[in-house]
Design a protein around this ligand. Structure first.
Ligand code: CA
Ligand code: CA
Ligand code: CA
Ligand code: CA
Length: 452
């Protein structure tokens, strides 16, 4: 009896340990794995005139070549240097993320998140990866890179304009007074909030001894207290009611990981992990200041949860996709369930938590007819695709003579012109002008009615 009890206790401990330690998603970015991700690019909606989103994400990017990288010139001390493989990596291929690809544009507050679209987690889980934050030593741009957990499938993060989950971000050059930041949704968690381990003055600043005694110039970091130009392992975990962040040097001389924060919050749970960058200050980026991050050896440990994923395809349309659509689920009896905001990437791909109560889901957006599809709410669905038919200018879910009247009233006009007073949805194909091509779209779908 005694040995059996002992055996049971050990077995239970092992099962518990293996459940948490199980790697359920991993990527070394050796091949183009972009189909496994949503890339949610955002810019501030308040910038006037609006500027285009110009963040750049590249999968299987070869960082093992010498400067200049990717058209970026470099005026640092060692323009011939190369970036070594991340720890445990056989090659120099990884994930490249950069905000402000347009070096001359200085007004764009923007952010980008890269989210594995089927890797939603439930309960406790751990996201870890190696991040190389490329900087020169003369940096003046407040650009942040990092990782997050518990994204809810809605739009990507933008400070002051939405977002979900917990995003830990840092500079690689110490150029901010807040080089280490935690966002809860869109809200920055300034000390004493956020569970920061650093103490004394400047808890978020690279000059705080907590950071400067770990990321030292002796260890090769170009700016003390900030982890630029080296591979650093960054881990973010959900443990019960806590969100925990740890960073770790990989140069071999480290005495172990550096605890950054343990933040108690459960506003977001059972969400998606993410990596990304954020430029909160519309920083100009001089050509000799090649800021970007590289991510490699991405690992997610925990237990997967079901997702509903697919594409909202806007047919006969060349314009910019909306950053989100509203999903309208119904149960098996056709009763409406609470709606869900699905964040879209540039091609209309989405992923949200699935729900056992879902039997069908409808989308109705802009000048497209409503589309309802059947879904299996009990498991992960990766092909929940909505082919949205175009032509409903007035939004009444049918393409009729009234849509034609609206289109005729706006004919030949430029929608973005400040003097435009017609129905902007008359620009069915999204090329900013109401033309014969919009009329052809309407004509092809005339008399069709959308799903309810
Ligand atoms: Ca790799
Ligand atoms: Ca600083
Ligand atoms: Ca209509
Ligand atoms: Ca048009």
């Amino acid at each position: 009896m005694r040995s059996l009890r002992w055996f049971s206790a050990v077995a239970a401990a092992l099962i518990g340990a293996s459940a948490m330690a199980q790697v359920v998603f991993q990527d070394d970015f050796e091949t183009d794995s972009s189909a496994n991700y949503l890339v949610k690019k955002r810019n501030a909606t308040t910038a006037l005139p609006s500027v285009p989103v110009d963040s750049k994400v590249e999968f299987a990017f070869d960082y093992g070549v010498a400067w200049p990288y990717d058209g970026l010139t470099y005026t640092g001390a060692d323009p011939g240097r190369t970036i070594p493989p991340a720890p445990g990596q056989a090659t120099t291929k990884g994930l490249y993320i950069r905000v402000n690809e347009d070096l001359a544009e200085t007004r764009s507050v923007e952010a980008v998140q890269v989210i594995p679209k089927l890797a939603r987690l439930q309960g406790d889980y751990k996201l870890s990866c190696y991040i190389w934050y490329e900087v020169t030593s003369g940096a003046t741009s407040t650009q942040l890179g990092g990782l997050g957990i518990e994204h809810n499938g809605g739009p990507g993060f933008m400070q002051g304009d939405g977002g979900s989950g917990y995003f830990f971000q840092y500079t690689g050059d110490g150029s901010s007074t807040r080089d280490y930041r935690l966002y809860n949704g869109l809200l920055e968690q300034l000390a004493p909030n956020g569970g920061w381990v650093a103490t004394g003055t400047g808890i978020h600043n690279n000059t705080n001894v907590h950071y400067s005694s770990y990321f030292t110039t002796a260890a090769g970091f170009p700016i003390a207290g900030t982890p630029g130009r080296q591979w650093v392992k960054v881990t973010m975990e959900r443990i019960g009611g806590d969100v925990k962040v740890v960073m770790e040097r990989t140069d071999g001389a480290s005495t172990g990981p550096l605890s950054i924060l343990t933040y108690t919050d459960s506003a977001f749970t059972n969400g998606y992990p993410m990596v990304g960058m954020f430029d909160p200050a519309a920083s100009p980026r001089p050509a000799d200041h090649p800021l970007f991050i590289l991510v490699d050896g991405l690992r997610v440990e925990g237990t997967l949860a079901p997702v509903l994923s697919g594409r909202v395809e806007l047919t006969d349309y060349v314009g910019t996709y909306p950053r989100s659509v509203t999903l309208e689920p119904s149960d098996i009896n056709g009763n409406a369930l609470p709606t869900v905001t699905a964040g879209l990437d540039a091609e209309g791909n989405y992923s949200v938590p699935n729900n056992p109560d879902y039997a069908s889901v409808r989308v109705k957006t802009r000048h497209f007819l409503g589309k309802r599809i059947s879904v299996d709410g009990s498991q992960t669905v990766s092909d929940a695709n909505f082919a949205m038919l175009n032509g409903d200018v007035d939004g009444d879910n049918a393409v009729t003579i009234f849509d034609y009247i609206d289109l005729s009233a706006a004919f030949d006009l430029v929608v973005s012109d400040p003097s435009f007073t017609g129905n902007a949805f008359a620009d069915l194909d999204g090329d900013d002008t109401v033309t014969i091509f919009d009329y052809i779209v309407l004509s092809n779908n005339f008399d069709l009615t959308g799903d309810e």
